[in-house]
Ligand binder design. Structure first.
Ligand code: CMP
Length: 138
């Protein structure tokens, strides 16, 4: 059984998309085993996205991610990392397949509604960035 970190980013929360996105996870046999709203500080967002610190969009991305509440979740299921990435669609909404979250709701490459871990190693690091063992209902 695999785990991944999902974030509904501040644009998704402020646009009222939490219920719709959670429903998609539930409809696809993905179990939510932890969930909370977080308002990241700029430095917490910088820590989370540290791998991107040399990218030109780093400053803007971390401003955006610390601009309001985000919904962070731990998802569990078979192949859930790939499954979640399939449900999200490509980073750039213009390349995202029909019926994906980003294709349906995003209209900006940065404010792209959701984040999902890309591999088991990053999932472990990202989950422990937000949750301790007592917050995860395994
Ligand atoms: P995410 O999957 O959370 O991982 C890194 C984030 O950086 C990405 O989603 C987007 O929000 C943002 N991002 C990636 N590429 C670009 C880009 N070319 N311009 C602006 N933001 C980007």
């Amino acid at each position: 059984m695999e785990r991944t970190l999902s974030i509904i980013k501040p644009d998704g929360v402020s646009r009222g998309l939490m219920g719709e996105i959670v429903k998609r996870f539930e409809n696809n046999n993905i179990r939510i085993i932890a969930m909370k709203l977080v308002r990241m500080t700029k430095s917490q967002a910088e820590g989370f996205y540290a791998v991107h610190k040399e990218r030109p969009f780093f400053g803007s991305l971390t401003d955006f991610m610390s601009s309001g509440p985000a919904l962070v979740m731990v998802l569990e299921g078979e192949n859930v990392i790939a499954k979640n990435r399939e449900l999200m669609g490509a980073t750039n909404y213009k390349d995202a397949a029909e019926g994906t979250i980003r294709r349906d709701f995003a209209n900006d490459i940065e404010k792209n509604v959701v984040h999902g871990s890309d591999a088991p190693e990053t999932a472990a690091v990202e989950i422990s960035y937000f949750f301790n063992q007592f917050e995860i209902v395994g």
